[in-house]
Design a protein around this ligand. Structure first.
Ligand SMILES: C[S@@+](CC[C@H](N)C(=O)[O-])C[C@H]1O[C@@H](n2cnc3c(N)ncnc32)[C@H](O)[C@@H]1O
Length: 394
């Protein structure tokens, strides 16, 4: 490794910070930073040490792939804190690779799964990713540029998904699927993916996945069937085998209420109770919106009710899910532990970041029991039992 670019790619591929490198080489973090910024030339000993680190880490990844003992292997893209990973491990899978570029969810991920996710997926060559049976990920949705496509079309040039999705994170999902041809994939997204950019985004997504050789099925499922939270998400499942289209499982409602996930009454730290100022402000705001016919601005819930969708902005004022604490007390927000339960995470799941970061992490995550049902259904598919599917051959 001789150039800064090679060093940055290496760091990204293994999710390493300059502090990780400094610790491993027993040097100062500032020294690594200076080399990275080009302020000092990369010394030969450093370059050699980095080569050594790279070969050790790549050997470890290879060994993991070769020794995978589960029923199937999978990779975890846009991994967040690993809600999808928990589900697929429960269904018998072994995770071979993960990617998450935000250091806070990446820390929670590492603290729970003992593995540093790789960084920015847009900078990772698909050839560096181990081959796998199932690809999973909840990619952030971005509009595709129709203008770019029609311009190319009008110039008489062929345009595949590369042109239509270039510059979006879905493009990265598609290029990895195109190269590895996993037997199945599960993509998760907000329900609005269907109406995003007047339906164009969804059309391009479905067309692209179909063109890559997959039978593609999709369904909107409300997490409220299994946890006390109304959370509609779209799940897209692709199967390389067209003989048996994937059938979504029928999920029977468990009719949970907030009582099932809340701490016992009177045991929550008072810091989660809204201040008089914040509570008055929220009520004022709601009143203003109601007068305009916009509905309520906050979601005040009793323990026997079901919550609205927990969002990544919950840390701001907690307004979407406020817990009623009687007429003499202001309502309170959920604690991060309650958010974890609201998303159906197991009780042993460790929350190792601040409250603010934790709210963001859980608000971005998935309802684990729903994904577990999907993962178990996918794990039963005949395509996973086939050694190689014809359309997997390049
Ligand atoms: C909707 S969240 C998915 C959360 C995940 N399903 C979970 O259970 O926690 C999308 C995640 O993608 C990550 N992300 C966005 N762009 C990325 C990129 N270019 N490379 C890697 N991760 C990225 C975000 O930081 C975010 O955590």
């Amino acid at each position: 490794m001789n150039t800064i670019e090679e060093m940055l790619n290496f760091k990204n591929l293994y999710g390493l910070s300059h502090v990780d490198i400094a610790q491993s080489l027993d040097i100062k973090a500032s020294q690594v930073k200076k080399i990275e910024q080009g302020l000092i030339e990369m010394p030969e000993w450093f370059s050699l040490a980095m080569d050594g680190m790279e070969s050790k880490l790549s050997k470890k990844r290879k060994e993991l792939s070769e020794s995978a003992s589960g029923d199937f292997t999978f990779i975890d893209l846009f991994a967040g804190i690993g809600g999808i990973r928990i589900a697929f491990e429960k269904a018998g899978g072994t995770c071979l690779f993960s990617s998450e570029y935000d250091p806070y969810p990446a820390k929670v991920y590492e603290d729970n799964f003992g593995e540093k996710p790789a960084g920015d997926i847009t900078k990772i060559d698909e050839k560096e990713i181990p081959s796998h049976d199932i690809l999973v990920g909840g990619f952030p949705c971005q509009p595709f540029s129709i203008a770019g496509v029609s311009k190319k079309g009008s110039m008489g040039k062929k345009h595949g998904f590369e042109d239509e999705t270039q510059g979006t994170l879905f493009f990265d999902v598609a290029r990895i699927i195109k190269y590895h041809k996993p037997k199945m994939f599960l993509l998760e997204n907000v329900k609005n993916l269907k109406s995003h950019d007047k339906g164009n985004t969804f059309k391009v997504v479905m067309k692209t996945l179909t063109h890559l050789g997959y039978d593609v099925q999709e369904k909107i499922i409300d997490g409220g069937l299994l946890v006390p939270q109304h959370r509609e998400r779209i799940y897209i499942v692709g199967t390389l085998d067209h003989d048996e289209p994937f059938k979504f499982p029928i999920i029977k409602a468990k009719n949970k209420t907030l009582e099932d996930i809340l701490e016992p009454k009177g045991t929550v730290d008072p810091k989660y109770t809204l201040s008089d100022r914040l509570w008055a402000g929220l009520q004022r705001h709601a009143k203003k919106h109601k007068a305009k016919g916009n509905g309520f601005g906050f979601g005040l819930k009793k323990r026997n009710e079901i919550a609205r969708t927990l969002s990544a902005r919950y840390y701001k004022d907690g307004s979407e899910i406020l817990i009623y604490q009687g007429s003499k007390k202001n309502p309170r927000r959920l604690t991060p532990k309650e958010c974890s339960r609201l998303m159906g995470f197991p009780s042993k799941f460790k929350i190792t970041v601040s409250d603010t970061r934790a709210y963001k992490c859980f608000g971005n995550s998935v309802v684990v029991p729903v994904v577990t049902r999907l993962a178990k259904q996918m794990a039963k598919h005949q395509v996973l039992k086939k050694k190689v599917v014809q359309s997997q051959i390049h």
